[in-house]
Design a protein around this ligand. Structure first.
Ligand SMILES: [Zn+2]
Length: 569
């Protein structure tokens, strides 16, 4: 149980100056009382005005902690002093003056988790980001999978008017830039269009984007050839950013897709981050040593390649991604026109049957609807179940017709049960794997989003660390803190060190657990006691506070002198 000593009422943002001596153990009480008296005596001995103007050594002091510092080192006991949003001291500090003392009660104190794979473009409408905070996340990287704001300066700038609870960084997304310049056409850019795309990317990097993302299964990202991506990645490289990719395939062509990702990094001269690394084809289950091997091989050649992963055997994306990319060129209306043509429709059905077979699934019972606006009663049911309900039969042809009908009605959000536990464990054990949720900001409503948005970090710490012992607690925390910070260039975060930003999470490693399920996803993680962002509590003893201390985390490009920057290639 965490004990928190507040100088004022709990949750108050206006902490008035108060010297609080916290008694860690009852045996200390007399000693500390003596210190208080002695302190007062010393203070009174000096000019009384000193008392009115001086401030405590720390704004927040966390005592009685088991510190896991984010480096992967084993925990140790200590206290952490915080002032002006930064960690000031770590050590035996329990007798120091502080505006607020938090007794961690022997629980784990770790750096706040950095979730490098999110989709939180809507964060300003849900600024508390409660689903993230309550699984210990204090920093988010958005703009993944090829979709981002194209005006990064404006996007991050909104934080001034609309403060948020967590820190925020963004990638500039290739798909959004391509859409802005070329639309949804399936063709290469003209030289002028490529120049325009480069200009948008360059401005985004100057405005603080941390890198370029692609979503190469999505429209319009899927229409880009490798050289187009390399050209844009070269711009990002000049500004010190990385390349984060939702690859062209996580299924039958996953090896080729990994090679393409690495090629972009090699030719453009920048680090590569492969998003939600997985094997999403039943036919290829057990092949993770091969895919991991490709990353290891690239690293052995001296290339910076890392991956991120969410801790579930099901993925979540659109229904549209089941349909061939050529069908979706130009948007929904163009797709509907093609489907009205019998020959083209037959080609769609044929290719979908082939895709299903190639992935090793006998039908679409692995595909479950998360949100379908025209008929919310579909939510939570598989395509096979819905087809049976709507059409009376559930053979593959009828299931494909049902998918097409739902696509024509505007599409659906889906959960795909397509991965194996063994592959997830193999990927998690790699030193270059980060833990990231691939989630948006959620509020409790009737939708059925992927539970990872509420439980991902807690699931790793509970299910994979404590129950399955796939990795150690210290390594899991490293994958959520210092590794993401190193990869994305957040040089003063991700470790508990004096001088570092005071983003911290306190949790009980015996009870931390994910409660969100596919059926009931809107359930917050258990076992998290306290979350601080830039030295301010955003979550304390079971409740969100009203604090909004989040900061924009900008890439090095925002401070780079263009003339002095040269590509590393
Ligand atoms: Zn993705």
């Amino acid at each position: 149980m965490i004990c928190v000593c507040w100088p004022e009422s709990v949750g108050s943002l206006n902490w008035s100056f108060s010297v609080v001596f916290h008694t860690v153990k009852s045996s200390f009480r007399i000693f500390l009382f003596t210190c208080v008296v002695a302190g007062l005596f010393v203070s009174l001995h000096h000019a009384s005005s000193d008392i009115a103007t001086s401030s405590p050594r720390y704004s927040v002091l966390i005592v009685n902690a088991r510190i896991i510092d984010g480096s992967g080192n084993p925990w140790y006991r200590g206290d952490i002093g915080i002032k002006d949003g930064r960690i000031v001291d770590i050590g035996r500090l329990e007798r120091s003056e502080a505006g607020q003392v938090i007794d961690a009660g022997g629980q784990i104190v770790a750096p706040g988790f950095i979730d490098v794979h999110t989709h939180v473009e809507s964060i300003y409408s849900l600024p508390e980001a409660e689903n993230f905070v309550r699984m210990g996340v204090t920093s988010l990287v958005t703009g993944n999978c090829g979709t981002s704001a194209t005006d990064v300066g404006k996007f991050l700038g909104q934080m001034k008017q609309k403060p948020i609870a967590v820190n925020l960084a963004t990638l500039i997304a290739h798909g959004s830039v391509r859409r802005k310049v070329i639309g949804l056409d399936d063709r290469p850019p003209t030289p002028e269009e490529l120049k325009q795309m480069e200009d948008v990317v360059e401005q985004a990097m100057k405005d603080g984007a941390v890198g370029l993302s692609t979503g190469l299964i999505y429209v319009p990202g899927t229409y880009a050839k490798t050289d187009e991506i390399v050209d844009l990645a070269k711009v990002v490289s000049r500004y010190g950013g990385l390349y984060a990719t939702h690859m062209r395939s996580e299924e039958g062509k996953v090896a080729e897709a990994i090679k393409e990702s690495i090629q972009v990094g090699e030719q453009a001269g920048l680090p590569v981050e492969i998003s939600h690394f997985k094997i999403s084809s039943k036919r290829l289950w057990g092949q993770s040593p091969m895919t991991i091997g490709l990353v290891r091989e690239a690293r052995a050649r001296g290339l910076t390649v890392t991956v991120d992963q969410y801790a579930y055997t099901a993925s979540s994306t659109s229904l549209d991604s089941r349909l061939p990319t050529w069908l979706r060129a130009g948007g929904l209306e163009a797709g509907k026109k093609r489907l009205a043509d019998q020959t083209q429709r037959e080609r769609v059905v044929k290719e979908m049957k082939e895709e299903l077979k190639d992935r090793g699934f006998k039908d679409y019972s692995y595909a479950v609807v998360a949100s379908y606006e025209p008929d919310p009663s579909f939510n939570g049911k598989s395509i096979a179940e819905i087809t049976k309900q709507v059409r009376g039969k559930s053979d593959v042809k009828n299931q494909i017709d049902q998918i097409i009908a739902m696509y024509e009605a505007g599409g659906a959000g889906m959960v795909y049960h397509s991965m194996s536990e063994e592959d997830i464990g193999n990927i998690m054990r790699e030193p270059f794997t980060m833990i990231a949720s691939d989630s948006g900001v959620h509020q409790v409503d009737k939708s059925l989003p992927h539970p990872r948005g509420y439980g991902n970090n807690a699931r790793v710490l509970g299910h994979y660390v404590r129950d399955l012992k796939v990795i150690t607690l210290e390594d899991a925390i490293r994958k959520m803190t210092s590794l993401p910070a190193q990869t994305f260039g957040f040089h003063d975060r991700g470790l508990l060190r004096p001088g570092f930003a005071a983003d911290l999470v306190i949790f009980d490693e015996k009870t931390i657990n994910d409660l969100a399920t596919f059926e009931k996803p809107h359930q917050f993680a258990a076992g998290i006691s306290y979350v601080l962002v830039n030295g301010e509590a955003v979550y304390a003893n079971g409740a969100m506070t009203t604090a909004r201390p989040g900061m924009a985390l900008k890439g090095s490009g925002s401070s780079v002198q263009v003339a002095s920057v040269k590509s590393r290639n």
